[in-house]
Design a protein around this ligand. Structure first.
Ligand code: NAP
Length: 479
């Protein structure tokens, strides 16, 4: 773990927590400590905020082209260090190296995208209806932002926020997840090397997120919260953001339905299910959580999926040939074990898997369940593990009603070869995104986000930068 920063990054300097406290970062494939990092308290967080607030005015005035060029340089530097970043991510999070490399490349794309958007922040000009006034509309950075990210995509969930914040001219304090702080700390080092001025990006690592985040949200200098994580914590942060009426964007939990119609291309559907289910070992907000398959093809689909799932190699992400790494911790694995246990007690059958993998680390076997009861808890909660429950349906209305019967609305997947059905069902699915004959929707050029309790606002795409801008208008009479 040489050369990996482990301190707090505030005002362009690395330093320990004021209290000197540290906490352990664990390798989930071995259930042992990798290293320790600084454990910030509220005073450290306010120090980071001071640095961000002090830097805000100058950063907002920084030429957009230069803001874009810093992002572009950071994009190049990430690629130059892709192997180091991927290894670090695999060690702290568990995903296999090939997936970690994929995430690093995906994370970098947000910088390339927003490097290009930095110079396209425009406004408007209009003549008032009575002809007397001129109305000039301008976009301004919203101000210092607090960015809070989860452990499942340690880098990409950060760059999806840092990219637009930098491009828009916002300074920021970022709090990565306790379980995966190292990728973000290395990114801070890269941003600094790319020429980001001191104080624009500040990183606070902590084992006490509530104690550190709440004072920041209640301090009038933060003007924006961008959070990715669970719906439960998101709701709490909305309440805390209400005190200062912050601009809030939230990427929260999901419970994605995956619908396979009778006219689907089954090869494509099985491939899509493998991606939608097994990306990140099932630990993704976009993970297919409920697979609804038409009764005429359900048996064949389940057989083929079970064959593919059964052939996956489970092991340490650093080992060659491994497809599936460990879950993040024992609590995550216990939840998966309980959900599967309850479903099986209710009548579900495991075609493959169904058990944790014995030994060190938090491994769980890739699992396909059939005959899952509609009221099983796993149909209503995020499984966050490599478990695919299959439920049969007999007509379109039944599939749509079941798919929409959740408080979540992040993404749905639909497999059909019929164009009219594709449009008809896509319009009826209550989700912010639909994967049509495709098991991965994430794309830096697309507006990522959910409806209902899956979130507010969008990240990526043309609209991603709007979350970090506010609109001001100037009224000017001609005489
Ligand atoms: P989480 O427990 O909500 O944690 C997310 C972040 O919030 C972490 O940095 C965490 O810090 C922090 N946090 C926890 N309690 C807090 C509090 N009381 N006050 C302030 N901050 C607090 O979620 P997670 O388990 O890390 O991530 C999994 C969840 O994220 C899933 O629900 C998943 O669906 C969702 N997710 C959504 C998207 C999306 O784009 N919609 C993407 C990825 C993940 P600690 O690490 O110290 O607990």
């Amino acid at each position: 773990m040489q050369n990996v920063p482990t301190g707090l990054f505030t005002g362009g300097k690395w330093r320990p927590a004021a209290s000197g406290a540290v906490f352990d970062v664990e390798d989930p494939s071995a259930a042992r400590s990798l290293c320790t990092v600084a454990d910030a308290g509220a005073d450290d967080a306010l120090d980071a905020l001071r640095a961000a607030a002090d830097a805000q005015q100058a950063w907002a005035a920084h030429p957009p082209r230069e803001r874009g060029e810093i992002l572009r340089r950071a994009y190049e530097l990430i690629h130059a260090r892709i192997d180091d970043l991927a290894l670090l991510m695999t060690l702290e999070m568990g995903k296999p190296l090939a997936e970690a490399r994929g995430e690093v490349a995906y994370a970098a794309e947000f910088f390339r995208w927003f490097a290009e958007e930095a110079v396209r922040i425009d406004g408007g000009y209009a003549v008032s209806a009575d002809g007397k006034d001129r109305l000039v509309v301008m976009r301004r950075p919203v101000g210092p932002a607090l960015l809070v990210t989860p452990w499942n995509f340690p880098l990409a969930m950060g760059t999806r926020k840092i990219g637009p914040a930098v491009a828009a001219g916002c300074t920021m304090v970022i709090k990565p997840a306790e379980q995966t702080p190292l990728s973000m700390l290395m990114l801070a080092q890269i941003m600094s090397e790319a020429g980001l001025p001191d104080g624009v990006l500040n990183v606070i690592t902590t084992s006490r997120p509530g104690e550190v985040v709440e004072p920041l949200l209640r301090d009038g200098r933060i003007r924006k919260l961008s959070f990715t994580g669970s719906t439960q914590v998101g709701k709490l942060l909305i309440e805390q953001s209400a005190q200062q009426v912050l601009k809030v964007s939230l990427e929260l939990g999901g419970n994605a339905p995956f619908i396979v119609c009778e006219d689907a291309d089954l090869d494509l559907a099985v491939e899509g299910a493998m991606q939608a289910k097994m990306r990140n070992m099932g630990e993704a907000c976009t993970a297919a959580n409920r697979l609804y398959v038409h009764e005429s093809v359900a048996g064949e689909f389940a057989r083929r999926l079970a064959e593919r799932m059964g052939s996956l190699v489970v092991g340490r992400g650093t080992e060659p040939g491994v497809d599936v790494g460990p879950l993040i911790d024992e609590a995550g694995r216990t939840k998966v074990r309980e959900l599967v246990g309850e479903a099986v007690a209710g009548g579900a059958k495991a075609l493959v898997g169904g058990e944790p993998v014995p030994g060190d680390g938090y491994f769980y076997a890739p699992t396909v369940l059939v005959d899952v009861p509609a009221d099983a808890r796993m149909m209503h909660e995020e499984i966050f593990g490599p478990v695919a429950p299959i439920i049969e349906f007999s007509d379109e209305d039944e599939a749509v009603a079941a798919a929409n019967a959740t408080e979540y609305g992040l993404v749905s997947y639909l497999f059909t070869e019929n164009l009219r059905r594709a449009f008809r069902l896509s319009e009826r699915l209550d989700t912010g995104m639909v994967g049509l004959n495709k098991g991965v929707v994430s794309n830096p050029a697309a507006p990522f986000g959910g409806v209902k309790q899956s979130g507010l606002g969008r990240e990526g795409g043309r609209v991603g930068i709007d979350e970090f801008l506010e609109t001001r208008y100037l009224a000017m009479p001609l005489s």
